[in-house]
Design a protein around this ligand. Structure first.
Ligand SMILES: Cc1cc2nc3c(=O)[nH]c(=O)nc-3n(C[C@H](O)[C@H](O)[C@H](O)COP(=O)(O)OP(=O)(O)OC[C@H]3O[C@@H](n4cnc5c(N)ncnc54)[C@H](O)[C@@H]3O)c2cc1C
Length: 369
């Protein structure tokens, strides 16, 4: 490990402190891919502490909430750098930020006062359990997490299928549905009776994100924690969701960038690698331009089309990096093998049905028209 300077708060994406943080995250990233003797993969606490020290958690909130108020374009640049260095840490930050922004922008003074400062300084951890309202278990007739109104608030029963870092969370921002279809978003403190974060799933990649199911059995949540609803389609209220579907594309592009840089590096000794590296880089640059323009409010292609193109690039570039690394890349511990597995995540993470359909057609070699 190289010598670490005392962290300073990163003020903007071109601040050299961001490169300094990323080089530390990159050095630590390989260690997350190895099971410990208890069968679990390590949780990147050190990496998250570093991010807290460098002020990363402040990027995402407006100044009035104690944040640095980075623009969507700056946030995209920041995420591109972080995700090229360590996907697991960056992915955890997206879920943590999802919770943080939903709390800050909810208008719930109590939740804000109680939670925002410790979330920004990294002393507390919050995450989201909301995918069952958007992309997960939507084909089922009954909601997986049901809510009823009580005198003091809400009674939750069921489970949230995917919660990143659930076992580490002090609070979780959870979505739940009434029998009549209305929904709520509420903070659930994890020390409430009946909240059980299950053992994290063993994943194809990103196991260090400690993602797993959180069960809620007769959990009484006081109304003071309510962030939104009851209303139909509570996620469409847009609380905390500023950049729409851009962050998934951003993280995919960050990973693609790391893989392409690897091929260029190999190409220094093997010129035959340069033509494919340049072609991938061209694709990377044009998608980056579209992404940054979109984040700046100048959308030139829809977010779903962008997502599909970023998914395609991350799969192609990580596999090209594996081809370049040859057999050594297939040995556990080499980064390109891990990158190939991490790239698969984008085929499932918060993937809207049209993107899934387009992906399947592309893989099957049939037209999407
Ligand atoms: C590593 C990881 C971390 C995540 N972290 C979070 C998080 O922190 N917070 C969060 O809110 N979400 C999180 N998610 C959820 C994610 O955003 C997606 O919502 C999720 O991956 C969607 O997959 P699913 O298996 O739940 O989809 P589903 O659509 O529920 O599919 C599950 C299964 O149901 C069956 N099925 C699907 N559609 C149909 C149909 N029409 N008819 C019959 N059967 C069907 C299939 O067999 C499928 O395998 C995470 C996901 C992953 C993989």
């Amino acid at each position: 490990m190289s010598e670490i300077n005392a962290p300073v708060e990163i003020q903007s994406p071109d601040d050299p402190a961001l490169a300094e943080l990323c080089s530390q995250l990159s050095e630590l990233s390989g260690s997350l891919d190895f099971q410990q003797h208890d069968g679990q993969y390590p949780w990147p606490q050190r990496q998250l502490d570093l991010c807290a020290q460098y002020g990363v958690f402040r990027w995402f909130l407006e100044e009035e909430f104690g944040g640095l108020g980075w623009t969507d374009r700056q946030l995209t640049e920041g995420y591109l750098a972080l995700s090229a260095a360590c996907q697991t840490t960056t992915f955890i930050i997206t879920q943590r930020t999802g919770a943080c922004r939903r709390i800050a922008l909810s208008g719930n003074e109590f939740a804000r006062e109680k939670l925002i400062d410790p979330l920004l300084d990294g002393s507390r951890f919050s995450t989201v359990g909301i995918s069952h309202l958007t992309t997960s278990r939507r084909h089922l007739a009954t909601p997986v997490l049901k809510v009823e109104e009580t005198d003091s608030g809400f009674l939750l029963n069921g489970f949230s299928p995917w919660v990143t870092g659930g076992i580490h969370a002090d609070t979780i921002v959870v979505g739940a549905q009434f029998e009549d279809g209305r929904q709520i978003l509420t903070v659930v403190p994890t020390d409430l009776e009946g909240v059980q974060a299950e053992t994290p799933a063993d994943l194809v990649a990103l196991s260090g994100s400690h993602t797993g199911k959180v069960s809620l059995n007769n959990v009484q949540v006081d109304r003071k924690w309510l962030l939104a609803g009851p209303v139909e389609n509570v996620m469409a209220q847009g609380i905390g969701a500023r950049t729409g579907g851009l962050q998934t594309s951003t993280l995919a592009l960050g990973l693609a960038g790391a893989a392409i840089r690897f091929i260029f590096k190999e190409g220094e000794k093997r010129p035959d690698l340069l033509a494919p590296a340049q072609a991938l880089e061209q694709d990377h640059q044009s998608l980056k331009e579209i992404l940054l323009q979109t984040a700046s409010g100048n959308e030139s292609c829809g977010t779903e089309e962008l997502r599909q193109r970023c998914n395609s690039l991350v799969l192609r570039s990580t596999q090209a990096a594996l081809s370049a690394a040859k057999g050594m890349g297939f040995v556990t511990g080499h980064p390109v093998g891990r990158w190939c597995r991490e790239a698969l995540f984008f085929m499932v993470w918060s993937c809207p049905q049209p993107v899934v359909n387009a992906q399947l057609c592309q893989l099957a070699g049939i037209s999407t028209d």
